[in-house]
Design a protein around this ligand. Structure first.
Ligand code: CP
Ligand code: NVA
Length: 316
């Protein structure tokens, strides 16, 4: 009689990928954020403290990273597992091995993968040919791990985000688009003030609205920040952008003391980092009492531990 190894057995079930917030049900996302809080508070159940012992995460980076790389590595180690880091140019992917072939090969060695890439189609292709879970560690289009950490951060300081107002000021980029996808899942209102030409993808906005999300788009950050519980921004130029200077377009969207003064007095300031100080946000706000940017960075660790535990079927 032949017996199947745990990895072979797990490969008979479809893998649980973490690709975009739009395609994961609200109850699951809620449970992941709640588990992240328990990791942060040191109250995770005993069975979920080191449940990934003997398992390995492969991380593929086609773009630079500090937070994503370190928080996944430390998180996997805390859960009892190990990590292999692959940078695109150091692997055969950089010499033309296809993503489907790499997906098949890596699935024979590791139990879970994370990829940071350019086109969302690369992420999808990896996931569709992998027999282990794949996590989106940022594409040109979305950054779901970041927004899970951001929601955990909001709730760490202000309680349940349901019914609250989050205002984005600046480029309607990958992080903004994951915030849009999160809005219907967690029940908050998402407002985005973006200049013409830098609006979020209308298909992502339409899908979130169909899902019941309250998504408000406008041009004037002063108007949209009025009454906000949280103000969020990001760099004026993302890693995939080919423009070299958008300061003319985006200077009116800078988050500074005057803009924060229009939000609720209890409003938080968030930024996924890295920040370009005194461009999209002033030092005064970044280092001020409303800023929770360092907690956001810390919560990447807790949120991603919960995401990996869910992907690997350890959380019911
Ligand atoms: N926020 C974020 O994803 O940071 P890194 O680019 O450093 O990973
Ligand atoms: N929008 C930024 C986020 C970096 C974490 C970028 O894609 O470069």
């Amino acid at each position: 009689m032949t017996t199947m190894s745990p990895r072979a057995l797990s490969q008979t079930l479809p893998p649980r990928h973490f690709l975009d917030l739009s395609e994961i049900d609200a109850a699951t996302l809620r449970r992941i954020v709640d588990l992240a809080a328990r990791y942060r508070n040191g109250t995770a159940p005993e069975a979920l403290r080191r449940p990934l012992s003997g398992q390995t995460l492969a991380m593929i980076f086609e773009k630079p990273s500090t937070r994503t790389r370190v928080s996944f590595q430390v998180g996997m180690n805390q859960l009892g597992g190990e990590v292999v880091v692959l940078s695109h140019q150091d692997t055969q992917l950089g010499r033309g091995e296809t993503i489907p072939d790499a997906a098949r090969v890596l699935s024979r060695y590791v139990d879970i993968m994370m990829i940071r890439t350019f086109e969302p189609t690369t992420l999808r292709e990896l996931a569709s040919h992998a027999s282990v879970p794949v996590i989106n560690g940022l594409t040109d289009e979305t950054h779901p791990c970041q927004v899970m950490a951001d929601i955990a951060t909001f709730e760490q300081h202000r309680g349940n985000i349901e019914g609250k107002v989050v205002t984005w000021a600046g480029d309607g980029n990958n992080v903004a688009q994951s915030w849009i996808e999160a809005a219907p899942k967690f029940g908050f209102e998402m407002r985005l003030a973006c200049p013409e030409g830098l609006d979020p993808n209308p298909a992502i906005v339409a899908a979130a609205r169909r899902d019941g999300g309250r998504i408000v788009l406008g041009r004037d950050p002063r108007e949209l920040v009025d009454g906000a519980d949280c103000v969020v921004t990001d760099t004026w130029l993302s890693m995939h952008d080919t423009d070299t200077d958008r300061s003319g377009l985006l200077a009116p969207y800078q988050v500074n003391r005057d803009l924060m003064a229009l939000a609720k007095p209890s409003a938080l300031f968030m930024h996924c980092l890295p920040a370009h100080r005194n461009e999209e946000v002033t030092d005064e706000v970044m280092d001020g009492p409303q800023s929770v940017v360092w907690d956001e960075a810390e919560n990447r660790l807790h949120a991603q531990k919960a995401i990996m535990v869910w992907c690997l079927g350890k959380m019911s």
